[in-house]
Design a protein around this ligand. Structure first.
Ligand code: OGA
Ligand code: MN
Length: 288
């Protein structure tokens, strides 16, 4: 599929997703072109807009066209003048403190699925990337759902699962030096939530599996051992290579993903290099 507008939209090779070329997000974008972009993104789940030179204010303004923005619970990593922008970075200040969230998302997850209103979409702007590594991996959760055996589909139809931020975070807190401890006040703002296991994207009508190893810990109304076994089976299915897209970052990529139909995973890189990203997240509806 190639759509002709002022900018080009092309499929990404191997896997799924699209790339957009010839678009400068600092310039005005007509309502019509915006709609083409929005549809293309939601239909393809992952969209990278190449070659951006994007000040935080423009990133915030563009992100806002899709909906209200979310402010991350880790307030210490918000950009000072733009709390909507979360800094992901391994850079340290002269006093050794972290300027950004260093090990964000190094596990399979869908952003903020632990909230009543998870992120509809996430936008990550690559300010600085390492020469190798630090890829972001994606699973197509639409095809994950569609390719399930009918018997498994029947087992999850109409069911819900619980998601938690705190359980996963506490597991990772033990890694020294990287993760700040969650305060009791931060924990209190993060109670467990319950979402449907199969979610419908309101914009496309497509159904996706909406569970992830990072935050989903229990299927509702199912005995614990059975819940654990079924989740393990579903996660193994999702991680089949044919459902995967690996985003190897290019400088100045602006990567957008639809959290309703994907999960993603950050990967490691040599810490002698700086990886510095600006992230905005769009508030979504309560999943149905
Ligand atoms: C995120 C995230 C992955 C990455 O920002 O939500 O998971 O590769 N980031 O930085
Ligand atoms: Mn994430």
């Amino acid at each position: 599929m190639t759509v002709k507008t002022k900018f080009d939209i092309r499929p990404l090779s191997d896997g799924f997703g699209i790339e957009v070329l010839g678009l400068d997000l600092r310039e005005p974008l007509s309502a019509q072109d915006f709609e083409i972009l929005r549809r293309a993104w939601f239909e393809n789940a992952v969209m990278v807009i190449r070659d951006q030179d994007l000040p935080p204010a423009d990133q915030v303004a563009f992100s806002r066209r899709f909906g209200d923005l979310q402010i991350h619970v880790l307030a210490q990593f918000q950009l000072p003048d733009h709390p909507e922008v979360l800094l992901l970075s391994n850079e340290k200040r002269a006093d050794g403190t972290a300027v950004g969230f260093e090990d964000a998302g190094r596990y399979w997850h869908s952003d903020l699925s632990y909230m009543d209103h998870p992120s509809l979409g996430t936008m990550l702007y690559a300010v600085r990337i390492p020469p190798a590594g630090g890829d972001t991996l994606f699973v197509d959760m639409y095809r994950a759902f569609e390719s399930l055996p009918p018997a498994t589909k029947a087992r999850i139809e109409g069911r819900h699962a619980f998601h938690s931020y705190v359980r996963n975070y506490v597991r990772n807190e033990s890694k020294p030096g990287i993760r700040p401890q969650l305060t009791d006040e931060q924990k209190a703002r993060l109670p467990d939530v319950r979402h449907p296991i199969v979610r419908t994207n309101e914009d496309t009508g497509r159904r996706a599996l909406y569970i992830n190893p990072g935050f989903t810990f229990r299927i509702d109304s199912v005995e614990e051992a059975e819940s654990d076994a079924l989740l393990a089976e579903l996660f193994a299915h999702c991680l089949k290579p044919e459902l995967l897209y690996t985003h190897a970052w290019k400088p100045r990529d602006y990567l957008c993903w639809d959290n309703r139909g994907t999960m993603h995973h950050a990967t490691l890189y040599d810490p002698k290099y700086i990886r510095h990203m600006h992230r905005t997240t769009i508030k979504g509806p309560s999943p149905v």
